[in-house]
Design a protein around this ligand. Sequence first.
Ligand code: HEM
Length: 501
Amino acid sequence: MLFIYLFCVVALILTLKFYLYKRRIMKYVGHLPAPPEIPFVGSGLYFIGKNSMEIMDLLCMTTDIFDTPCRFWLGPVLAIFLGKPEDVQTVLLSPHCLEKPYIYRFMDDVEGIFTAPIHKWKSQRKLLNPTFNNKILLSFVPIFNEKSQILADVLDKKVGQKNFDISKQLFACTLEMVCCTTIGCDLEFQSNKNVKMLETMEIQSELVANRMTRFWLHPFFIYRFTNDYKKFRDNTKFIYEIPRAIRKIKEKEFYEKKIFENNNELETEEFFSTPQIFVNELFKLHNQKLIDDRMLDDEILTILVGGNETTALTTSHVILMLAMHPDIQERAFQEIKSVHETQTSHTTTDILTKLNYLEMCIKETMRLYPVAQFLARQNLQEIKLSNCTVPKGTMLIMSFHHLHRNKEVWGPNADRFDPDNFLPEKIASRHAYSFLPFSAGPRNCIGYKYGWFAMKIILSAIMRRYKLSTHLRLEDIRTKFEVTLKIENRHLVTVERREEY
Ligand code: HEM
C-alpha cells in the first residue's frame, strides 16, 4: 500500500515538473509548425512499429511538409528540425552549438572525436587536425592506388555475375586503406580475412539507429534489459579488441625503436615522402602524455569506423548512379581515360586535380544520398533562428535531405541525377550552405580531403577496367535510417570488362 502511495506521489511530481518544463519551452517554440502531438509521447508515437525505411520516410517528410524550423517532441525531448541554409549556417558556425546531443553517445562507450563532449572535443580536434594536413594526405596516394588496383582485380571474378552487391568489395577496400594509412597494419580484408569486423560494424549501426528513434529505449536503465543491448555489448567488446591489439603491437614497435627521440628530424621533406601513419602521430601525443591509453584506443576506433564507412558508402552510391546513367558514365570514363596512360597506371596527385566531371558526379551523388541525411547539435545557449528563438539545451536536427533536395533551390528536377548541378556558375548562384556533404564549421568532417582522394582514385581504377550497369532505376531506390544513410535495394550492379586502351 505504502509502495503504491509513494509511486503515485513520485508520478505526480514528475508530471507536474514535466508540465511546467513544457509550458516554459512552448513559450519559445509553440508557434512553430509540428506534427500532431500527444501528452508525454509527443510525435514519437509515429515511430512505433515502423521499420528503418518507414522511419527514414517519416523524417524526410517532416521537413518536406512543414515549413522549417519545425517542432518535434520525441517523448519528453524537444527536437527542432532545420532545413533552411541560413538556419543551418547559424547553427554550424555558432560557438554555442558545438555539442552533440546525448543520442550520439548511443553509438558506443567510445569517446572518440566524433561523439566527444565539447570540453574533450576541443583539445582532441586541436591535436588531430595536423594529422590530416596536406603533406600527410599526399603521402597516402600510393596506398590508395595499390588498394584500388587490388579491388579492380577482385572485381574481375565478378564479370559475368548479374547484379551483385558491389558495396561489399568497396567496404573491404576502404577499410584496408584506412587501416594501412591510419594504423599501419594491412588486415587484408579484400582477401576475405577479418570479414567479421565488417559484419559487426553493420549490425552496430542498425542497433544504434533503432535506439535513437525509440525514445523509450533512451534511458539506459531500460535499454540494458533488452536483447538489443546484449547484442550491442558483445559486438562492442569484439570491436574494441582491435584498437587494443593495435596499441600493444605499436607500443612495442615505437618504444623499442625509440622513434620519438629525434622528433625534429622527422618533420623533413624526406619523412613526408613516405606514408605518414596517423597512429604514429597519435603515439607522439601519447609519448608527450597529451593523450592516455583509453583516448588512443577511442581515436583509433573512431577513425577506423568513420573513415571507412563514409568513403565506402559514398563510392558505392556513385557507382550505382553511374550504372543507372550510361551517358554520364561514358562522359566520366572519357575524362578518366584522357588523363591516365593505361588501364592500370596510377592516379597521381596531378591527375586528381584534372578529374572535374568525375568530381561533379560525386557531388551530385552526395547531394541525393549524403551519408549523413540528418545531423544533430545541442545549443548551450539560447539561439536565434530565422523565425524563432530556441531555448538552451535543445536538440537541433539539421535535415541535409531537405537542404539537398529543396525544389526552390535545386529546381523542379531536384530528385533527378544531374551532375551539371555542379557547374561553376550554378554553384555560384546558390547559398553556400545548400550543399553540405561533409557538414561545415569547426566540427565538420576532419577527413574530407582524404575521402576525396580515396574516392577519385577508386573510381578511376574501376571505371577504366569495367563498364557498369544495373537493373535498378532511380525511382526504385529506398533509403533506410541508420547511423549513416543506407540504400535498402543494395548496390546491385553488373560489371563488364572494357577493351584495353
Ligand atoms: C566520403 C567520405 C566522407 C564523408 C561524406 C564524411 C562525412 C562526415 C560528416 C557529415 C561528418 C559530421 C560532421 C558534423 O557532425 O557536423 C563527419 C565527421 C567526421 N569525419 Fe567524415 N566523412 C568522410 C570521410 C572521412 C574520412 C576518410 C575520415 C578519416 C579518415 C573521416 C573522419 C571524420 C571524423 C573524425 C569526424 C568527426 C569530426 C569532429 O567531430 O570534429 N571522415 N564526416
